[in-house]
Design a protein around this ligand. Sequence first.
Ligand SMILES: [Cu+2]
Length: 102
Amino acid sequence: MIVLLLAASSGAFAAGVEDAGPSTSAAKTAMSDGEIKKIDREAAKLTIKHGELKNLGMPGMTMVFRVQPATMIDQVKVGDKVRFVAEKVAGALTVTSLEVPK
Ligand SMILES: [Cu+2]
């Protein structure tokens, strides 16, 4: 809960500064492929080996994401192949949607 409150307030703070490009909203909902490499429940972070993230202009790599809401972490385990949406929230790359295809 504390994490969410902090993220919300700093997000509001940054909103006036950041310039959202014209194409970001269209690409926002596109899900990307990834594989869970490491789970840090306490910090609400996931290490994901991900494919290309078109909405962030990022090539495939293995990296750490914040997860919001943090409860989504309970859906996954190490080794899971997932589909997810990553966005920049308050300056931190954050998984905002996460699903494990059955
Ligand atoms: Cu990356």
